[in-house]
Design a binder for this molecule. Structure first.
Ligand code: AMP
Length: 227
């Protein structure tokens, strides 16, 4: 059994979810004048929605909240505000997933207070209903059991963070690793396979950062955890 429940999301799924989301918005008869993406997770879905809804104005607000993969590190706060006058305009706030919902709540409050919009609605691909403090106006999937969506735009970031977590926990007992062992632990812990290109890039990053050191003994290459 995986230690952290994860779903590996493909680009095709993202396109399909955004199409479903656009259809739901179109069917409701409501049309936004402006889309505001919550950075960084909403960039791709927001851009796709601009295309699918034929909206030309796209702004963004960055909210900091979740830090390392699957872990909340700070209280949600606005990192980069939207500095646009949205007077008289209908705004669609887009996020990839509404988990705690705090990013959306804080972004919505900021836009309503500082940008003077006519109306604000919220759209997300996923909505984790048992834990989320808000319900998006539009969503595609209601998620009833918490899971980490491993979206394609955080694949390397998540792989690095997930490997670091493994090393931190198991590295107390085991300092010397082969690539194969790291990859196999990754699959065991997270129940997903991100593919060789991502494991290679993540390990190369961890070597560069000094978390791992590569040692070559004859024809055997090992990775030493330096943490
Ligand atoms: P939240 O404020 O908790 O609703 O989430 C803020 C952001 O963190 C989301 O927009 C995602 O980019 C990321 N995030 C939170 N929870 C998850 C999850 N379960 N799976 C993937 N990404 C997530």
């Amino acid at each position: 059994m995986a230690k952290v429940r994860c779903k590996l999301v493909s680009w095709n799924e993202v396109v399909r979810w955004c199409m479903d989301l656009a259809d739901r918005i179109l069917e409701s008869g409501w049309r936004p004048d402006v889309i505001v993406a919550i950075a960084r997770g909403a960039y791709v879905p927001a851009r796709l929605l601009c295309d699918l809804l034929q909206v030309t104005d796209l702004a963004s607000v960055q909210v900091a909240h979740w830090g390392r993969a699957a872990e909340i590190t700070t209280k949600a706060h606005i990192k980069c505000p939207v500095k646009v006058d949205l007077s008289g305009r209908k705004v669609l706030i887009v996020d990839d997933i509404a988990d705690t919902g705090e990013s959306i709540i804080i972004a919505k409050k900021h836009i309503e207070q500082d940008c003077n919009p006519a109306e604000v609605k919220v759209a997300t691909m996923q909505w984790i209903s048992p834990v989320c403090k808000i319900k998006p106006d539009y969503y595609v999937e209601e998620v009833k059991e918490w899971i980490w969506y491993q979206y394609p735009w955080t694949r390397l970031e998540d792989t690095i963070d997930f490997i670091e977590k493994i090393l931190k926990e198991e590295g107390k007992e085991k300092k010397e690793w082969t690539r194969r062992e790291i990859i196999s632990k990754f699959k065991e812990w997270y129940g997903i396979d991100v593919g060789k290109q991502y494991y290679d890039r993540a390990i190369a990053y961890l070597i560069k950062q000094g978390t791992l050191e590569e040692q070559v003994k004859g024809c055997k290459r090992t990775l030493i955890y330096k943490g």
